[in-house]
Design a protein around this ligand. Structure first.
Ligand SMILES: [Zn+2]
Ligand SMILES: [Zn+2]
Length: 334
């Protein structure tokens, strides 16, 4: 029984870890570091436990009288417990795990790594929770029920919450945003509180968890896409240019400068104005860097000085060559 519980408890974490690890497509993180952060996530239940005990003792009792909340005082209690206790405490603990274990590591070398490591920590945390919950089931049927519920809801939700501050960490490390980590932590805590609150309040509220999952999934997907766009390992960084034919901001696919909107060829000029493909701000051709502080996207491939990149930018008619594959330490198979 116990062995089966542990086995079932581990599966969702492994599956979702594999699923999200694949998103880090330009420069995958070493598997041993993913494992390290996963275990840091397991250990983050320790600060969680301490902080929840303090919350329990000084702010509000954590113990819920019943699952079915009818009285307004009960509703208020679960509201306070989830929005001000469990949500912020668990998110902060997982955040600490990533901040301490990996944030300064040189392998944290792309903005998207913030989300990837946040997911690993979230899954370490969720896996321990999964095992404990499945162990508490009365029989095998109960175990399978909890397994399925936690596979698609709680485990995935932990990923979504943590992706919010993971996004901030990824932006912060590469100086591409202000106060993003705090914003991310607040959003993650709010979503975490809301998720738990809806599930506990009543059956009608619990149904709202499904659209919440869809919204959080979309938010997470958009954040991953956004961070991947900022990756210095992107094979081709394409700038936007004004198309004189259709008057739109086009993003030609290759050196032929064919407008992707009207299909006509854009005449190349050496002093052509180019725009950031991400935020559409005019690129400074001296630095080949987007001047928007929230973005700071390099339009040149990494490994070139900005002057070289600027020259390339002109010689090649806006478009860049794929960056030379950087010699990387082969990730250890873990
Ligand atoms: Zn056009
Ligand atoms: Zn930009």
């Amino acid at each position: 029984m116990a062995l089966l519980a542990v086995f079932l408890g581990i599966i969702p974490g492994i599956f979702w870890l594999w699923f999200f690890y694949r998103k880090d497509k330009y420069n995958p993180e070493p598997k041993r570091l993913i494992a390290l952060v996963f275990f840091a996530g397991v250990l983050s239940v320790i600060p969680t436990f301490i902080l929840e005990e303090l919350f329990n003792a000084f702010i509000a009792p954590m113990e819920l009288a019943t699952g079915k909340v009818t009285d307004w005082r009960d509703t208020l209690q679960i509201f306070v417990v989830f929005f001000f206790g469990v949500g912020p405490i668990e998110e902060f603990s997982k955040y600490l795990a990533v901040r301490i274990s990996i944030y300064r590591n040189r392998n944290f070398d792309e903005p998207v790594d913030g989300v990837i490591y946040a997911v690993a920590a979230a899954l370490g945390f969720a896996t321990l929770e999964n095992i404990l919950y499945i162990l508490s089931a009365a029989d095998v049927k109960g175990m399978l029920f909890i397994f399925i519920l936690r596979f698609f809801l709680s485990t995935l939700a932990h990923i979504y919450f943590s992706a919010m501050w993971g996004y901030g960490l990824g932006r912060k490390k590469f100086k591409r945003g202000k106060a993003m980590v705090l914003k991310g932590l607040i959003l993650a805590s709010f979503l975490h509180g809301l998720f738990n609150f809806l599930l506990t309040w009543n059956i009608y509220a619990a149904i709202l968890v499904l659209p919440l999952m869809v919204i959080m999934g979309r938010l997470t997907g958009a954040r991953i896409k956004d961070l991947l766009m900022l990756s210095p390992y992107r094979p081709i960084i394409r700038a936007k240019v004004h198309c004189p034919h259709c008057q739109k901001l086009a993003q030609p696919k290759d050196y032929n400068l064919i407008c992707n909107i009207c299909g006509k060829r854009i005449p190349f000029k050496a002093d052509m104005e180019v725009y950031c493909p991400r935020c559409k701000t005019k690129i400074d051709t001296e630095t080949v860097l987007c001047p928007n502080f929230e973005c700071r996207m390099h339009i040149g491939p990494p490994g070139l000085t900005t002057a070289q990149a600027a020259m390339k930018l002109q010689n090649m008619g806006v478009l860049m060559e794929p960056p030379s594959k950087k010699k990387k330490k082969k990730p250890a198979t873990a």
